[in-house]
Design a binder for this molecule. Structure first.
Ligand code: NAG
Ligand code: NAG
Length: 210
């Protein structure tokens, strides 16, 4: 990388990291790598209102998967105007019997129920479980980093929207992460207490090797 390019990236990062005090917004420029503070900014001179509108949440997500859930995200990569603003939104379509499997992320989440009936919950760091049946209009908080889940317990598909206080919340689904990696099965057994057949099953499901 030549020096002038390094300088451009550096100056974009400097202007970005003080985003809250000196500029109104910082629509992500994917020509540059992401930084701990997000992406550098696109030139405001060539933005239009359409850069601040995202219509992707108007359609139901695809629930044809083992969890019977469709998650449609308005995060920085899909909606670059969120970059640097510490906010994002996602749509959850949970089929009958479907779940959002247990997961965590770096930031807090609030869920707003639109249709259907779910049980939603999280597990505190002292292993206390907080869970409750939610119906249309209910909202619930999942505090930052804590493991949490949603289960459709109704007889119809459930629809909810979730908002998170980061443009890139960093989702980590436990079972998927355990199954999708290339750690040797024996190590996974030892660190999870799963038996070998269970480890091989989740590795098959989520594409892990070894
Ligand atoms: C808009 O800005 C980006 C840099 O942020 C640049 O790559 C692009 O060429 C610009 N487009 C126009 C039409 O000026
Ligand atoms: C939904 O996802 C499944 C599994 O990935 C895929 O086979 C199917 O084509 C998708 N359906 C639509 C409408 O995109």
């Amino acid at each position: 990388m030549d020096l002038s390019k390094i300088f451009i990236i550096f100056s974009l990062m400097v202007s970005f990291t003080s985003a809250t005090s000196v500029i109104d917004f910082c629509v992500a420029d994917f020509n540059f790598p992401v930084t701990p503070a997000g992406y550098p900014c696109r030139n405001p001179a060539n933005l239009t209102v359409d850069d601040f509108v995202f219509s992707g949440l108007s359609v139901a997500g695809n629930t044809s998967n083992i969890f019977n859930v469709g998650v449609t995200a308005a995060f920085d990569l899909t909606f670059p105007a969120l970059n640097g603003l510490g906010i994002s939104l996602a749509r959850l379509d949970i089929g009958v019997g479907g779940v959002v499997p247990i997961h965590s992320h770096r930031v807090s989440e609030v869920i707003l129920m639109i249709e259907g009936t779910i049980i939603a919950g999280f597990i505190g760091s002292d292993n206390t479980a907080y869970y409750k049946t939610l119906n249309k209009g209910d909202i619930m908080i999942f505090p930052h980093t804590l493991l949490h889940f949603q289960v459709n317990v109704g007889d119809a598909p459930a629809l909810a929207f979730v908002s998170l206080n980061s443009a890139n919340p960093g989702f980590q689904f436990i079972t998927t992460s355990i199954g999708a990696n290339d750690l040797p099965t024996e190590i996974v057994q030892r660190i999870t207490l799963f038996d070998a057949a269970q480890v091989r099953r989740v590795k098959r499901l989520f594409g892990g090797t070894n």
